[in-house]
Design a protein around this ligand. Structure first.
Ligand SMILES: Nc1ncnc2c1ncn2[C@@H]1O[C@H](COP(=O)(O)OP(=O)(O)O)[C@@H](O)[C@H]1O
Ligand SMILES: [Mg+2]
Length: 303
């Protein structure tokens, strides 16, 4: 299907750690979704829900235990170095992702060198311009830039090879409020050039501002997925409702519902939200159904 750029099919990933007492965390549980051409798809969920692991799996920085990722219909491990040209990454803190010893022009040029591209100066200037920075930045170093400018350099570097997809993992979390909207709006402009974005964030306002569709993750499981307008205005899954209600509010009295743990020491249930769910049913202990409501996916037995 032409509209589909990237597709995850039942992707799972566990991590085992601890030297003596081994523990296993199921970071990602059978996650499936797709990203269309020119689409901004967002993944939301609290810290530890598996967002970054999914981003790393797409970037081939982590290998799934089960399931597969397809790019333009082909398994990503069947694609060579070409794949790294088509899919690039932007991370949370540009202070860590940009080499402090290099000048902006070298930072942005590096991917072109790696892939043996010619006319590099021209491409570097074009990429900087698309990221909202002029030629005067070429000779500067990251330490002399603001947080917002540094993230723009990271974006210029990410787009210099003209990728089809950008995986942006919390791209605005380390930035002052005043820079956030400008950086987010850049993804909208890149979209006009046909570049899709996976926006990984815990900031629902960022999702509301630029994303088309959103997937809500909880403990590694995709609990709800659909159009941003629909999911944020009328959340169906009890966890999505909880997430929206507990969004940072100006005053605690504006908070509608407090977090409550309903668990009674049960084993892990198929629904990760079961222990916290105010609407839980007996059958939720055994299985959880995935239903489609007007094109929206909800993983919940209430529907
Ligand atoms: N390399 C790793 N080794 C062990 N555990 C990991 C590793 N990477 C991630 N995890 C665990 O997997 C879970 C999901 O992590 P992550 O994908 O970073 O979540 P998020 O980005 O949503 O905060 C967390 O419990 C985290 O501690
Ligand atoms: Mg993360």
């Amino acid at each position: 299907m032409k509209e589909e750029l990237l597709r995850l099919e039942k992707v799972s990933k566990s991590f085992t750690f601890g030297l003596f007492k081994k523990r296993t965390i199921r970071a990602v549980k059978e996650v499936s979704f797709s990203i269309g051409y020119g689409e901004i798809f967002s993944l939301v969920g609290e810290s530890g829900s598996g967002k970054s692991t999914i981003g790393k799996i797409i970037l081939r920085l982590e290998k799934p235990d089960k399931g597969e990722v397809f790019f333009e219909g082909k398994g990503i491990y069947s694609l060579g170095k070409e794949y790294t040209k088509q899919v690039s990454a932007i991370f949370q803190d540009p202070r860590n992702s940009l080499n402090p010893g290099m000048k902006v022009k070298q930072i942005v040029e590096e991917p072109l060198l790696v892939h043996g591209v010619e006319n590099r100066k021209e491409e570097v200037i074009k990429a900087l311009e698309k990221a909202g920075l002029g030629e005067e930045f070429l000779e500067r170093k990251p330490e002399n830039l603001s947080g917002g400018q540094r993230q723009r350099v990271a974006i210029a570097r990410a787009i210099v090879l003209k990728p089809k997809l950008i995986v942006a993992d919390e791209p605005t979390s380390s930035l002052d409020m005043s820079y956030r909207a400008g950086i987010l709006d850049l993804f909208l402009r890149l979209r006009e050039e046909g570049i899709s974005t996976l926006l990984i964030t815990h900031d629902l306002r960022a999702v509301e501002r630029i994303a088309h569709r959103v997937g809500v993750l909880y403990k590694g499981k995709l609990v709800e997925m659909g159009k941003v307008q629909e999911v944020l205005k009328n959340p169906k899954h009890p966890y999505t409702q909880y997430l929206l209600e507990t969004m940072p509010v100006r005053h605690p009295s504006q908070r509608k519902r407090e977090f409550k743990d309903y668990s009674q020491g049960e084993e892990e249930s198929p629904c990760p939200f079961f222990p916290m769910c105010a609407y839980r049913l007996k059958e939720c202990e055994k299985e959880v159904k995935e239903v489609s409501i007007d094109g929206r996916l909800v993983s919940c037995n209430l529907y």
